[in-house]
Design a protein around this ligand. Structure first.
Ligand code: PMP
Length: 350
């Protein structure tokens, strides 16, 4: 830290992203990327748009906003596109949390939530998941806080039903509830359809997972028009050109290729079922996942050791050192070929 770094930020513990190794080619199952390439339409649109990089991008993100609103069945002023869903999540912390509206989220969830709280100086409460890593929705009733729930949750993969979330919304009519649906396309129920019934609901999603666009950085929020207007105030006060031209074009391309997205999601769900069965045969205990990853532990080997031994053999998975989950690893679901390499390597190790 330099002697010039503001005391405002000296206390920060930044988020640690998963490894993105450049030195060796791994079977990369550590950051929940999609194993399939981006849609060809997305690539073509992005390449074409690269010819116009001398011009700023459209701050209103019009073409993409129109296409997205149509796909979601909402109005244009009910969506806001951002630089990854991380950006809309940060905007939500900025817009809806303060000393009177502190933040609440599970003790085991997306590791960026406490970092967003800290950088914005927002006090937060971590509500423990049950012993089996499920959420007890009653823990969130009437808590007078801004609630952040990943659904499905990460890194567990377990999801709440839409009616569970509706109850949380009803029990917190004067507080914002943010539902982070980064992994919703792999088998759980979306709450986007509830935005007209609950003015306290903000749903966030991403193009990083089901749409194979993690490297383009594209996410969005969906909520009633007044929430989107709040979030726009934050966007125009930080970075009006938050979506670059190539990403915007790729987003339009991939939305015109929905069959490709859906086919890849089905394959990933099939591969997840295969991996779950094979892991259980090897003696792993796996949580029931509705995401593109499985959270698993083995009674005979520690989470850290398994992670290290797989890495030595060229397979990268994600280990978290947090006490409560240190026995586990999070394994991204890849192609069938990748999953077979994983299973064979695990057989060797065990
Ligand atoms: N929410 C959750 C639960 C995630 O796991 C991630 C991915 N790390 C994100 C949001 C953010 O993803 P992105 O910024 O790529 O949209």
């Amino acid at each position: 830290m330099s002697r010039f770094f503001s005391e405002k930020y000296a206390f920060l513990t930044p988020y640690t992203p998963g490894e993105q190794p450049q030195n060796r080619k791994y079977v990369k199952l550590n950051t929940n990327e999609n194993p399939f390439p981006p849609s060809e339409k997305a690539v073509r649109c992005a390449c074409e748009e690269a010819k116009r990089l001398e011009l700023y991008s459209d701050p209103e993100c019009r073409g993409l906003t129109d296409a997205l609103a149509e796909m979601l069945g909402v109005e244009k002023n009910e969506v806001l596109l951002t630089n990854g869903s991380d950006e809309i999540l940060n905007f939500a912390f900025m817009a809806y949390c303060d000393d009177q509206h502190t933040a609440a989220f599970p003790d085991i969830t997306y590791g960026f939530y406490p970092v967003f709280a800290e950088i914005n100086r927002i006090p937060y409460t971590e509500i423990p998941l049950r012993e089996d890593f499920t959420i007890d929705i009653r823990d969130y009733f009437g808590i007078q806080k801004t609630i952040f729930l990943a659904n499905p949750n990460a890194p567990t993969g377990i999801s709440l039903t839409k009616s569970d979330i509706e109850q949380i919304l009803k029990e917190n009519p004067d507080n914002i509830v943010v539902i982070d649906e980064a992994y919703v396309d792999f088998g759980s129920e979306s709450c986007v359809g509830l935005i007209h019934s609950y003015d306290n609901l903000l749903v966030t999603q991403t193009f990083s997972k089901s749409r194979s666009m993690a490297g383009a950085r594209l996410g969005f929020g969906v909520g009633n028009a007044s929430l989107i207007s709040d979030l726009n105030a934050i966007k125009y006060s930080t970075n009006p050109y938050n979506i670059n031209r190539m990403t915007m074009a790729a987003g339009i391309g991939v939305l015109a290729d929905e069959e490709y997205t859906q086919a890849n999601c089905r394959t990933i769900m099939d591969n997840r079922a295969y991996t779950f069965r094979e892991l259980e045969k090897l003696g792993f205990e796996c949580l029931d996942s509705q995401a593109n990853f499985i959270f698993a532990k083995h009674p005979a080997i520690s989470g850290q050791k398994l992670y290290e031994q797989l890495k030595e053999r060229g397979v990268l998975i994600r280990h978290f050192s947090k006490e409560r989950i240190r026995d586990y690893n999070r394994i991204t679901i890849g192609s069938m070929e990748q999953m077979q390499i994983l299973i064979n390597t695990l057989k060797e190790i065990l």
